[in-house]
Design a binder for this molecule. Structure first.
Ligand code: ADP
Ligand code: MG
Length: 708
C-alpha cells in the first residue's frame, strides 16, 4: 500500500475537524489553535462528540490526556468511554469537559519543590494545536489527547507549557521586528524543527542479560572490541534485513500517527541507525519526537530487538545525539506552515538584509546565553558525549560556513556610517547566492551549525525531550530580537535610511558575538585552549552546567519573557539536578551488583580452574606449570577490582548520606562518583580480556554490536 494511502489515519487534526465540525465551531477551534488560546468551553462538547465518533469508528475504547512531565517521557492514564444512562444501559460517552481537562494524581511526578506550593494538585489541559491520535497496542486502541500539565495556580509542571510560551514570545518579538523592517501584517512566526534521531538496535536477548543496559540504558562495563568503527564500513552501509524489517514497521506505525519520517540510514557505529522526519512546526515536532522514541522502543520488541536511545551506550563507540534542525518561518496567510523561511537568503536586498538581521539575532542570543544552552542539554547520559573524548564538545560555538563568515566579518569590520545599499552591494549581500547544503563546507564537529537555511543544534542528547533545549534557544533568540528591535528604533533618525540603521545594528551584533563563531575542528585540543582564551564556557560536568539555569542573567531572561516564573525555573533546576544524582546512583549500584554477582564470581571460577589445573599438572609431574603464573595474574587483577569496588561502595554511601544537600551530592557524584566507576570499569574490562570466554557472564561488545 502506498504510504500516502494510510498516512495519518490514526490522527484527527485540524483538517478532519474542518470537514466534520459546524463552521462557527471550527472557526473558534482554529482560532485557538492559531493563537494558542484556550478553547471556548461552549464549543468543546461539539468537538468532543466529533472526536468520539471518529475514535469509536476506529475501534477505540478508552481515552487519555497525553502529556510530558519532566521525566523525559510521556504520561497517560486511560479512562473508558463507557458510561451508563438513566436506565443503567451501557453507552459510550465523552464530554467536552473530559476533552478539555483532566486531573491526574500529580503528586508522583517530578516537581522540583513546586509541589509544596501547589499541594500536589495539578491538571492536564488539551493543547488543540496538536492533533489527537490513536495508539494501538496489540488489540487495544486508545485515544490520546495531547495536553499540557499545570498546577492549580498555573505553574508549568511539564515540558510543553514553557515550550508553548516560548513559541508565543518568540513569535511576538519576531513580528515586532518584521513590522519595523516593513513586513506588515504577519500573523505568526513559527519555529520549525526537524529532529534527527540516532539510536542503536541490539538483540533483546543480549540486552536482557546485561543488568547495566536494563537498569541504566548503557553498558557500565565492557571491553571495546578490536574492531569498532575504524573501518568506517557501517555508515550508510546496507541495512541488515532483520533491522530493516523492524525499522519499516516503526515507520509504518509512525505514518499512521502522521509522523513524517523521511530518511533512514546506518550511522557511524556498528548497530547504530538514524531516522529523520520532514521538519514541522516545533510544538508538533516535539510531540512527534516523543512518538518516534516510544514507537522505536515498542516495535523493536516485536522483532526481539531492543532500541537503545542512551547518549553513550557503548564506551569507545560513537554516541547518539539528536540533531535539532531549527529555523524561523513566517506563517502563510491561512496560518499554515508553508510561508517564508527567515533563515533562507532571499532574492532581493531587502530579504537579504532581513536574513542578516535574524542571523545576527541568533548569534547574539547564542553568544550571550551559551551557558544556558549548555544547561539545557545537561544530563548524566549526555555527559558521556559532551566534553568526553569524542564529541561534540561541551563548549557551545556556532559554525557559519566560509561564505557567510566572510560576509559577517566584512560587515563587522565596516564603518557604521557607510551607505547601506552600497555597502550591501559591495559586500555581496544585496544578492546572496542560494547557500547549497553541499556548499557550506559542513562542519560535523560543531555543536550549533548553520546548514544553508536552518541551524542544526547537534549537542542535544538522543534520549532527551527536545522541548527544554528548544525553549532556551527560543528565549535567547527572542531577547536578542527584542534588543535589536529596540536598537533600530533608538537609532532611527530623520534623514537616515532604515537600511542604514539596520545594517549598523547588525554590525554591532556581529561584533559583539564574534567570539562564539568557530569554523575549525571542535574536537581538537587547540579549540579547548582557544575557547578558554576567548572566554567561552567549557562546562564538562552536568551539575556545573545546570548551575547556569540559575545565574542572574538566565533568571532575568526567562522570567522577563514570561517563559518561567522564578519558582518554576528553580524547580526545573532541582528536577534536573535530582535526576542527575538519581541516574548516577542507579548506575553505581548496578555496577556494584554486576561486579559482586557476575564479574567476581566469573573471575573466581577462572582462577579456581587455573589452580585446579595447576595442581593436576604438578601431580602429574609437569615441570614449570604456566597455570600458576596465570592464576597469580588473575589473583592480582581480582584484588584490584575488589579494592576499587570497595571504593565505589564507600562513595555510594557517602553520596547517599548527602541526600538533604542535593548540590553537594551531585558534585560528589560527578567527581568521586564518576572516578570510582571509571576505576572499577578499567579493572573489570582488564579481566574480561583475560578470563576464559566460556566463563564470562555478560554478552560482550562484539556479540551485541556485530550480530550479522
Ligand atoms: P542532514 O543534516 O542529515 O544532511 P538534511 O539537512 O536534509 O539532513 O535535513 C535534516 C533535517 O533538517 C530534516 O529533518 C529536515 O526536515 C530538517 N530541515 C530542513 N529544513 C528545515 C527548516 N527550515 N527548519 C527546520 N528543519 C529543517
Ligand atoms: Mg544532520
Amino acid at each position: 500500500m502506498p504510504t500516502s494511502a494510510y498516512f495519518g489515519i490514526n490522527t484527527f487534526g485540524a483538517r478532519q475537524m474542518r470537514d466534520k465540525l459546524p463552521k462557527d465551531v471550527y472557526a473558534k477551534l482554529a482560532a485557538s489553535v492559531r493563537h494558542g488560546k484556550k478553547l471556548d468551553v461552549d464549543v468543546a462538547p461539539t468537538v468532543a462528540q466529533v472526536i468520539k465518533e471518529w475514535a469509536i469508528s476506529r475501534g477505540v475504547t478508552h481515552f487519555t490526556h497525553w502529556f510530558q512531565p519532566q521525566t523525559g517521557l510521556t504520561a497517560e492514564k486511560h479512562d473508558a468511554f463507557l458510561s451508563f444512562d438513566d436506565n443503567r444501559q451501557p453507552m459510550e460517552s465523552f464530554t467536552g469537559a473530559q476533552l478539555i481537562q483532566s486531573e491526574p494524581d500529580a503528586s508522583s511526578f517530578p516537581s522540583g519543590g513546586l509541589r509544596a506550593t501547589w499541594e500536589a494538585r495539578g491538571y492536564t489541559a488539551w493543547n488543540p494545536a496538536s492533533p489527537v491520535f490513536i495508539v494501538e497496542s496489540g488489540n487495544t486502541r486508545t485515544l490520546c489527547i495531547p495536553s499540557v500539565f499545570i498546577g492549580y495556580n498555573g505553574e508549568a509542571l511539564d515540558e510543553m507549557t514553557p515550550l508553548l510560551r516560548s513559541s508565543d514570545v518568540l513569535s511576538a518579538k519576531a513580528i515586532a521586528l518584521l513590522e519595523l523592517l516593513g513586513d506588515k501584517g504577519v500573523q505568526r512566526v513559527y519555529t520549525t524543527l526537524g529532529a534527527e534521531q540516532e539510536y542503536f538496535l541490539i538483540d533483546r536477548g543480549h540486552f536482557a542479560l546485561r543488568p547495566d543496559l536494563v537498569m541504566a540504558g548503557r553498558s557500565l562495563v565492557g571491553a571495546p572490541p578490536p574492531r569498532g568503527q575504524q573501518l568506517e564500513d557501517h555508515y550508510f552501509g546496507g541495512i541488515p534485513e532483520r533491522i530493516q524489517a523492524c525499522i519499516s514497521e516503526v515507520e509504518h506505525e509512525l505514518y499512521k500517527l502522521g509522523v513524517p519520517i523521511v530518511t533512514r540510514h546506518n550511522e557511524v557505529a556498528p548497530s547504530q541507525f538514524e531516522m529523520a522526519p520532514q521538519f514541522e512546526e516545533t510544538d508538533i515536532a516535539v510531540d512527534h519526537n516523543q512518538m518516534v522514541m516510544a514507537t522505536l522502543r515498542k516495535v523493536a520488541l516485536r522483532h526481539n530487538l531492543q532500541a537503545v536511545l542512551h547518549e553513550k551506550p557503548f564506551a569507545g563507540i560513537n554516541g547518539s545525539g539528536k540533531h535539532c534542525n531549527w529555523s524561523l518561518s513566517i506563517a502563510a496567510d491561512n496560518g499554515e506552515l508553508d510561508g517564508t523561511n527567515l533563515l533562507k537568503p532571499g532574492k532581493t536586498p531587502h530579504q537579504n538584509l532581513r536574513f542578516l538581521v535574524f542571523l545576527a539575532a541568533i548569534l547574539k542570543g547564542v553568544h550571550r546565553h551559551a551557558g544556558l544552552l549548555r544547561a539545557g542539554i545537561a544530563s548524566s547520559g549526555n555527559e558521556h558525549r559532551l566534553g568526553a573524548n569524542e564529541a561534540p564538545p561541551a563548549i557551545i560555538s556556532v559554525f557559519m560556513g566560509s561564505m557567510l563568515t566572510k560576509v559577517i566579518e566584512a560587515i563587522a569590520a565596516g564603518k557604521t556610517s557607510a551607505n547601506a545599499s552600497q555597502a550591501m552591494i559591495k559586500l555581496g549581500v544585496a544578492r546572496l547566492p542560494e547557500i547549497e547544503k553541499d556548499n557550506t563546507d559542513r562542519n560535523r564537529t560543531s555543536p550549533f551549525a548553520f546548514t544553508g537555511n536552518k541551524f542544526e543544534f547537534r549537542a542535544v542528547g538522543s534520549s532527551a525531550s527536545i522541548a527544554f533545549p528548544i525553549v532556551l534557544l527560543n528565549a535567547a533568540v527572542a531577547e536578542a530580537l527584542d534588543e535589536i528591535t529596540e536598537a533600530i528604533k533608538a537609532n532611527t533618525k530623520r534623514g537616515k535610511s532604515m537600511d542604514d540603521v539596520v545594517l549598523g545594528v547588525v554590525r554591532e551584533a556581529f561584533k559583539e558575538s564574534a567570539s562564539i563563531r568557530f569554523e575549525g575542528n571542535n574536537y581538537s585540543e587547540e579549540w579547548v585552549k582557544e575557547a578558554a582564551k576567548r572566554g567561552l564556557l567549557n562546562l564538562r560536568r552536568s551539575p556545573e552546567a545546570l548551575d547556569q539555569l540559575l545565574t542572574k542573567q538566565s533568571r532575568s531572561l526567562l522570567t522577563s519573557l514570561g517563559i518561567f516564573t522564578k519558582a518554576e525555573l528553580e524547580s526545573r533546576f532541582h528536577v534536573r539536578l535530582e535526576r542527575y544524582s538519581k541516574d548516577m546512583l542507579i548506575e553505581m549500584h548496578t555496577m556494584k551488583e554486576i561486579v559482586d554477582t557476575l564479574i567476581l564470581p566469573a573471575a573466581f571460577s577462572y582462577s579456581g580452574a587455573l589452580s585446579t589445573s595447576a595442581a593436576h599438572a604438578v601431580s602429574a609431574g609437569v615441570k614449570n606449570v604456566p597455570q600458576v603464573d596465570a592464576a597469580n595474574e588473575i589473583g592480582g587483577m581480582i584484588t584490584t577490582l575488589r579494592e576499587r569496588r570497595d571504593e565505589l561502595e564507600k562513595t555510594i554511601e557517602k553520596a547517599e548520606g548527602m541526600h538533604h544537600e542535593p548540590a553537594k551530592q551531585a558534585k560528589l557524584l560527578t567527581t568521586a562518583g564518576a572516578d570510582s566507576m571509571a576505576a572499577v570499569r578499567e579493572a573489570s574490562d582488564a579481566l574480561e580480556l583475560k578470563v576464559a570466554d566460556e566463563l564470562w557472564p555478560l554478552p560482550k561488545y562484539r556479540e551485541m554490536l556485530f550480530p550479522v
